[in-house]
Design a protein around this ligand. Sequence first.
Ligand code: SF4
Ligand code: ZN
Length: 336
Amino acid sequence: MMSECKECQKNPVIILSESQKLCKSHFLKYFEGKVIKTIKKYGLIEKKDRLAVAVSGGKDSIATLHIINQFLKPQKREVIAILVDEGIKGYREKTIKDAQAFCKKEQIPLIITSFKDEFGKTLDQIVKSQSKKKGQEKMNACAYCGVFRRVLLNNAAKELGITKIATGHNLDDEAQSILMNQLKVNWKRSAGLGPISGINVQKTAQRIKPLYFLPEKEVATYAYLMKFGVKFTQCPYSHESFRGDVRDMINGLEEKHPGSKHSIVNSLMNLLPILKEKYKEGKFGYCKICHEPSSKEICNSCQLIERLNLNDKIRTKKELNKSIKKSRLKKTKSRK
Ligand code: SF4
Ligand code: ZN
């Protein structure tokens, strides 16, 4: 039988560890306290920052958006939600609805930018079109998704004057990224991990991860108790990914050896200063095609656009910025 909350006599809603069982109100306090502590300890939000949250409509990004909004409100500062619609049928349209409902309720401006508008094709269409091409090795959906999402987020942030983009990455996500990089012997990529992305020599908005030290189970419990009304669905492409296999492996490890996820993340935190020093940024040139900062002659995004023959469909930056401005204007008006 479950004993009582560590802080009071009420029934616990969650067991964090054998010695830490918490009731609803003490768990919410613990969770929000841990996020604020991360924000302050690692300087994730500074006075000069203009904040956006990359939302998908899932539990992690909505929890991040809610807490950041609460954090900024007393300072009379605004947060903007940016959603990238990749075009994943049967999945993304549902999470967009959840994000719209949440932002309407909390009166947060929401900007939606899409693969279809920017690249002329949805992710589903991209995946289908490449499976028809002979002689070309098939890439999985996540490989396109990650690169193009990043471009769209950066473009929107630039247009909106955003200096930092918060994402909903939690402890589980980070432990997976660390192990994935290790298995691919990619220490350079690990140097870019941590609660805040590296020195901003690329002049793109820095990424911050306020849920960095919170396991997925706790984020799910928080979203459920807060009645955010989000669906606990998974992207249909997620099973294809390397990340999915690593996630299963780490979950198995955590079950047998509780604390493994924390240990993986803490080991990176110890190494991070050395990695950041070793892979110091600063050698950035510019992509020959799009002229955005890139460590390669042709950036990842332009390479994929080339591979997929999307050149004639891609919108100019001017067109994209115009549409972001228009939707920003619409949202601002509807808040009044
Ligand atoms: Fe994109 Fe892959 Fe994530 Fe789906 S699982 S949203 S395809 S990165
Ligand atoms: Zn480029």
